[in-house]
Design a protein around this ligand. Structure first.
Ligand code: ZN
Length: 253
């Protein structure tokens, strides 16, 4: 296995960290918008309640005008009744007066009802406004929390990027280029472990002699999976090294 493989593995781990940190940081504006969108419902409730209040006030105004009109009407008939000549005309006017007065009392009842409706709506407005204030405070806190997390993630990202640069400098240029090319096609997995005679990334068989070479400490070749093209590495113990140690041990005794 090429001696720079452990560094490439570190590089790969850092690239994974960098990619996920970037994705999280990039999602912040959307998260902030989503938080703001939660206020839409509460704002609409306030607007709706205020509109209902305006409408209820104008209905009361209209009913009050109706009362005045019926009262004026009744007054007019009463004035006329003092100067009528016939009994029939008098009776007809009395009937008109009674009708107008009944209307006055009917519409006055409606005015009272409407005033209660208005009180209900005023309570609704107050509740909606309180809800909105509460939501605004909660959302503001949520957004502040997001900003704090953003700062921490940004710090982690910067640290990972610095560490990556340091390690990348240690990897031979040609190998780094190869890694970069493969990582473009397989982001975060330019390297694949060779285990159980398989490339663990694509599952295709790795030839026994390649496996053997990967486990050989002194080997400086780079082996790639013939199918997916990833750089292969082995985490299994290196039998050759153990063997050599054992041989040395035997020779010393
Ligand atoms: Zn493969």
């Amino acid at each position: 296995m090429h001696p720079a493989i452990p560094q490439l593995l570190e590089l790969q781990t850092l690239d994974q960290v960098i990619a996920s940190s970037r994705a999280e940081l990039d999602s912040l504006p959307k998260k902030l918008r989503e938080a703001d969108a939660k206020l839409t419902g509460a704002r609409a409730a306030v607007t709706g309640a205020k509109e209902a209040h305006t409408q209820a006030l104008s209905r009361r105004k209209k009913l009050e005008l109706d009362v005045e009109q019926w009262k004026t009407q009744a007054k007019k008939y009463r004035e006329q009744s003092s100067s009528v000549k016939t009994n029939e005309a008098y009776k007809a006017l009395q009937h008109e007066i009674a009708t107008a007065e009944a209307e006055v009392s009917k519409v006055e009842d409606l005015v009272l009802e409407q005033m209660m409706t208005i009180e209900d709506i005023e309570r609704r407005v107050k509740h909606a406004e309180a809800d909105l204030r509460e939501s605004e405070q909660a959302i503001a806190a949520e957004k502040k929390q997001m900003q704090v997390q953003y700062g921490e993630k940004k710090k982690n990202l910067d640290a990972a990027a610095a560490a990556r640069e340091e390690i990348a400098n240690k990897v031979p240029g040609e190998l780094l280029d190869l890694y970069t090319r493969i990582a473009k096609r397989h982001p975060g997995s330019a390297l694949a472990e060779a285990r159980d005679e398989q490339c663990r990334a694509c599952g295709v068989r790795v030839l026994p002699h390649v496996l053997q070479m990967l486990k050989t400490e002194t080997d400086e070749e780079v082996f790639r999976c013939e199918t997916c093209g990833r750089i292969l590495y082995s985490l299994e113990p290196i039998p050759h090294a153990q063997h050599r140690q054992a041989t040395n041990g035997a020779a010393n005794s």
